[in-house]
Write a protein that binds this ligand. Structure first.
Ligand SMILES: [Zn+2]
Length: 83
């Protein structure tokens, strides 16, 4: 309910509309769950948080990138630099 931090994460992982791991729409019941960069470092997102589309995900030894056809690509290294 209280959102007084400006989201540091790019839309495909930080929009908070859809769960990035299940693709389920986040409602009032579920709350707005935005994974932290640390969580994303352990498990790459599968769905875009902004539109719920399944993203193209490429996992690498050093991280991952995930691409939404509408919201663009997110790289795990970007998340590190934004902390
Ligand atoms: Zn999207």
């Amino acid at each position: 309910m209280m959102i007084d931090e400006s989201p540091a994460l790019p839309a495909p992982v930080g929009a908070g509309v859809y769960n990035v791991y299940t693709g389920a729409e986040l409602g009032a019941a579920a709350g707005t769950v935005i994974p932290t960069a640390a969580e994303l470092g352990l498990e790459p997102p599968r769905f875009c948080a902004g539109c719920g589309r399944r993203m193209i995900v490429q996992v690498r030894p050093t991280g991952w990138w995930a691409k939404c056809s509408r919201h663009g690509q997110v790289d795990s290294t970007d998340l590190d630099t934004r902390r």
